[in-house]
Design a protein around this ligand. Structure first.
Ligand code: 5AD
Ligand code: SF4
Length: 446
């Protein structure tokens, strides 16, 4: 008797690092359940989309993709929608795309094995949508990490902040932390396998609360960061995303004390205007934000600071926007991710009047980006002549350049003589010789 053909799946991920890492865990779970990952929809029996709904274009992409693949339905392929659009749209997805058989939000991934059995049995309209109040994180020993040198570890899931514009608390559910013991065990395991860089992940890592542990053994976020940084073999630790409200000085003290903690902090500000920050329910003022920036600037190493900014929040005036521009000058960011405000289902800001016309949002975005570009040109120039340590990430064959990343999280591409070919994943020293608004170019120091 010949063996049954192996079940195959294709998975596509949209959105943030949390989604990318969730997909690594979903892939590991599927493989453990006997599936084989394939690289095209054509080859797959099961097609999964891990979706994002942070802004409206992200969500539209998923629906476009699903309608592109409608033709495959006749071939008996099964479709699953996972992640934030799944949680947000729920069973409506079945109405819009009846060939979808599974809709599952991230808070329900721990039940994936049972749901897979159901869809394989031919059940239609299988859902995992009711776990947003869960206390559990999605922990699995089967995470399928593709990069052997650096990897993510989730330390906290969900969000309880309810910023006025943000859909995340509705899609990812209640805030819940993993135990520090479990995070550290994962970090040690990764280090044992040769991984040297770890990025701790969460919607708001600074509100990490160690749920268990021996009496007196509970760790704060800064203590967890320190402990991960002290795992033998780990050379770089990063963390994202931070919320200014919960960002304590102890994090900077940890960066000062532990050399493996990278000298980079991503601290989304969203706006430079107190009026807008208040309307966004961000729970801090410009002054309080700048206080945190001052801690970073007083650190022993120069800390690279990056941020997220939303333009065109309802009611944002020209004066408010000007305050955002002046904040860019005051902080001196090394990178800023800029977004046009996008109204999201369920969010409190939907009820606000004074929507900003799209054209105005676009022009503010452009002004903001070109202002920031000027700042970056000046900031990146300062590195010319400096020697920096980079992790080698790969090679750009067309340019005959190696791709490197600094502890500051900057891209530093470099040339190396044929006699000194660097290993991907190794750490080398590179002297910066040219600067661009978003990257540096240099040569290997032998
Ligand atoms: N509109 C535009 N940008 C948003 N972000 C989150 N929600 C929205 C929204 N509704 C941005 C914020 C956040 C980043 C991940 O996405 O800047 O920090
Ligand atoms: Fe959204 Fe605010 Fe939570 Fe970040 S902190 S995920 S912006 S609600």
């Amino acid at each position: 008797m010949s063996a049954a053909p192996q079940k195959t799946f294709y998975l596509e991920t949209f959105g943030c690092q949390m989604n990318v890492h969730d997909s690594e865990k979903v892939i590991g779970t599927l493989v453990h359940e006997g599936y084989r990952q394939v690289q095209t929809v054509e080859e797959a029996g099961l097609v999964l989309y891990n979706t994002c709904s942070i802004r409206d274009k992200a969500e539209q992409k998923v629906f476009n993709r699903l309608s592109d693949y409608k033709k495959y339905q006749k071939q008996g392929k099964k479709f699953a929608v996972l992640g934030c659009v799944a949680q947000q749209e729920g069973e409506k997805i079945f109405d819009r795309a009846p060939y979808v058989s599974l809709v599952c939000g991230s808070a329900s991934y721990k039940n994936l094995p049972q749901m897979l059995v159901q869809i394989e049995a031919g059940n239609q309209r299988v859902t995992g949508l009711d776990d947003r109040e869960t206390e559990d994180c999605f922990e699995t020993e089967f995470t399928a990490r593709t990069n052997p040198h650096r990897g993510y570890i989730t330390i906290i899931e969900g969000c309880d902040k309810f910023c006025a514009y943000c859909v995340v608390p509705f899609t990812r559910g209640k805030e819940r932390s993993r135990t520090s013991d479990s995070v550290l065990a994962e970090a040690r395991q990764m280090a044992d396998l040769g991984c040297t860089e770890i990025q701790l992940l969460g919607q708001n890592v600074n509100s990490y609360k160690d749920p268990a542990g021996k009496p007196g053994g509970k760790k704060t976020f800064a203590e967890l960061l320190t402990a991960v940084g002290e795992v033998p073999g780990i050379r770089r630790v990063r963390f994202t995303t931070s919320h200014p409200r919960d960002f304590g000085r102890d994090i900077i003290d940890a960066i000062d004390a532990v050399p493996t903690l990278c000298d980079h902090v991503h601290l989304p500000v969203q706006s430079g205007s107190d009026r807008v920050l208040n309307a966004m329910q961000r729970l801090y003022t410009r002054e309080q934000y700048l206080e945190r920036i001052a801690w970073m600037k007083s650190a022993k190493r120069q800390i690279s600071i990056t941020s997220d900014i939303i333009v065109g929040f309802p009611g944002e005036t020209d004066e408010d926007f000007t305050e955002t521009l002046s904040l860019l000058d005051e902080v001196g960011y090394d990178a800023v991710f800029t977004f046009k405000y996008s109204p999201r289902p369920n969010t409190p800001s939907l009820a606000l009047d004074d929507a900003i016309p799209d054209q105005e949002k676009s022009s503010r975005l452009e002004v903001l980006m070109s202002h920031q570009k000027e700042i970056q040109i000046t900031r990146y120039k300062k590195y010319i002549g400096e020697t920096l340590e980079v992790m080698v990430e790969g090679k750009n064959e067309a340019r005959r350049q190696w791709i490197g990343r600094t502890s500051h999280n900057k891209t530093l591409n470099f040339t190396a003589p044929d006699t000194s070919i660097p290993q991907v994943g190794s750490y080398v020293r590179v002297r910066a010789t040219q600067s661009f608004p978003n990257s540096l170019l240099g040569e290997l120091v032998i």
